[in-house]
Design a protein around this ligand. Structure first.
Ligand SMILES: CC(C)(COP(=O)(O)OP(=O)(O)OC[C@H]1O[C@@H](n2cnc3c(N)ncnc32)[C@H](O)[C@@H]1OP(=O)(O)O)[C@@H](O)C(=O)NCCC(=O)NCCS
Length: 188
């Protein structure tokens, strides 16, 4: 069964295998959360759990950063990818990064996992952060990410807003409702 979980040592074996995959197949779109995971896996994997818990509860944050929750997408106990959820937006996150960042291990891409994981992440945003919509961004060259976020936006409801230009890159931006349209109409 596919689920999003808080990072836990019980997944160490498959996460360490995933880290090797990430290192072997870097992409220009690799997210900060994966760079941190790799950094800890290479030096002090036990310390990673304290790091993500501190990020979640807002301890020892870099000035200007907001609390964020790292979640692992697991399928039958095997790590598939990471979702990083920022608890609120800053002017910088509104341009790039937004509420939800994600990355799927290279061997499990093009199988629908990011779309499935994004729907679970939207439930988290709704239930834990109590937000009715989430902002997502991606560089315009990141076709896979753009197709994933706009596909879920069409299904759940939301809107694409004007791109932001950051460091010479154009960032596409979409707001997505955290409750699917279908469920909303079912409640009426
Ligand atoms: C972008 C990424 C998360 C996509 O994950 P994924 O699990 O392969 O995506 P999915 O299988 O759910 O596919 C989503 C859609 O994008 C399409 N797609 C995925 N990768 C694609 C690619 N490289 N080129 C073209 N289309 C692609 C799929 O066909 C699908 O289209 P559909 O909605 O019309 O069916 C993954 O490639 C990745 O981890 N990349 C590196 C990190 C990254 O880019 N993170 C996002 C930063 S904004």
């Amino acid at each position: 069964m596919l689920k999003l979980v808080l990072p836990s040592p019980q997944y160490t074996e498959s996460v360490k295998a995933a880290v090797e995959e990430y290192k072997a197949h870097p992409s220009p779109f690799d997210i900060h959360a994966i760079r941190k995971l790799i950094e800890f896996a290479d030096s002090n994997f036990e310390g990673y759990f304290e790091y993500v818990e501190n990020q979640r509860t807002g301890i020892n944050l870099i000035p200007g950063h907001v609390p964020s929750t790292s979640l692992w997408l697991v399928d039958d106990g095997n790590y598939i990818g990471s979702f990083d959820i920022r608890h609120k937006l800053t002017p910088q996150l509104e341009k790039s990064g937004a509420h939800i960042g994600y990355q799927i291990i290279p061997s499990r891409r093009r199988k629908g996992f990011v779309k499935a994981g994004l729907k679970l992440a939207l439930s988290y945003v709704r239930e834990v952060l109590k937000l009715e919509r989430a902002l997502l961004t991606c560089e315009e060259e990141n076709i896979g990410s753009y197709l994933a976020m706009t596909s879920v936006m069409r299904e759940y409801g939301g809107e694409e807003i004007e791109p932001a230009v950051t460091d010479g890159h154009k960032e596409c931006r979409v707001w997505i409702e955290t409750v699917p349209d279908k469920k909303k109409s079912a409640c009426i």
